[in-house]
Design a protein around this ligand. Structure first.
Ligand code: PDD
Length: 293
């Protein structure tokens, strides 16, 4: 008896295997990056911080005037069916909504039929444990992105090139630095430093993505009496900090132990990062029942 193919993709109302999923050549996401996206963690078959992802997605859709008609309940139903259909318990749910297909013309089409796409891919969150123990390195790079990176669009070329440069140089992440020396965020993560026991991260603005993991860490830290300051810090501040770290859906909390080849603190993960990592792990467990091996 043949085993049915896992169905880990959804496009325009249909479920299918990823290898069978396609979009039309005139999809505006493809031609203009005229689309928004979300990446959500699935742990133990459960979505982490799902309401926060939905809320951010709605904000992004309205910022780009993309009229998605699906309700939150409908989106949740599609996501859950995909997770079940993928037969993976740990993975990344990817959601993209484009302004649909139209004859190529920069202005919006007269009638817009947004295209909703989702995929569910297996992802090994356990691999992060080793990185958490050792820490990771980052390199700085000038921020050459457009001026509204707070909207989570698929306009990611500057992030792609930055990440590639970082990886080619043997680093985990690139940190985008503004002309005035301010560290904004990473290619796909938010950036943090610790000074005198206080956590610092860039304030919410048009220059950073309001990360779900960022928001969650601020809440968890404050609840544990660890002070958090949302204020700009410079690359020199970061290099001279006691500790540094990064957060994202795919890397909930990783200590940064070197920047541009210079050790941060003593060049090993510090006590504040360890404490925060355990708060994050407890929160993940509370929501999903998942624990790192
Ligand atoms: N990236 N900053 C940028 C530029 C990002 O692309 C991301 C997420 C973050 C962290 O956001 P969150 O905590 O909501 O994951 C910060 C996703 C994971 C990606 O593009 O793969």
């Amino acid at each position: 008896m043949s085993v049915p193919m896992p169905q880990h993709a959804y496009v325009d109302g249909q479920y299918m295997a990823i290898r069978d999923a396609t979009v039309p050549i005139e999809d505006r996401g493809l031609q203009f990056a005229d689309s928004i996206y979300e990446v959500c963690a699935v742990l133990n078959g459960r979505l982490l911080d799902w309401p926060a992802h939905l809320q951010r997605m709605r904000r992004n859709l309205s910022a780009l005037f993309i009229p998605l008609s699906h309700s939150d309940a409908a989106l949740g139903q599609i996501a859950r069916r995909l997770i079940a259909g993928s037969r993976a318990t740990d993975g990344l749910l990817y959601i993209q909504v484009s302004r649909g297909s139209a004859r190529r013309d920069h202005g919006f089409p007269g009638v817009v039929h947004p295209r909703l796409m989702m995929t569910m891919r297996r992802f090994d969150f356990h691999q992060r444990a080793g990185q958490q123990a050792r820490g990771v390195s980052v390199m700085s790079i000038p921020d050459q992105r457009w001026g509204r990176v707070d909207i989570k669009t698929t306009n990611l070329l500057a992030n792609v090139l930055a990440k590639q440069d970082a990886r080619a140089a043997g680093h985990f992440e690139a940190w985008f630095v503004a002309e005035d020396g301010t560290v904004r965020e990473g290619g796909s993560t938010n950036a943090w430093i610790v000074r005198g026991g206080t956590l610092h991260t860039h304030p919410l603005s048009a220059h950073i993505l309001p990360g779900i993991a960022r928001d969650s860490l601020i809440r968890l830290a404050r609840a544990a009496q660890i002070p958090v300051v949302e204020a700009p810090f410079s690359l020199d501040d970061a290099k001279g900090a006691d500790e540094a770290l990064l957060t994202s859906t795919t890397a909930p909390l990783l200590p940064v132990v070197s920047i541009d080849g210079q050790p941060v603190g003593n060049g090993t993960p510090g006590p504040v990062a360890a404490r925060l990592a355990s708060l994050v792990a407890d929160e993940i467990h509370r929501q999903t029942g998942w624990r790192s091996r």
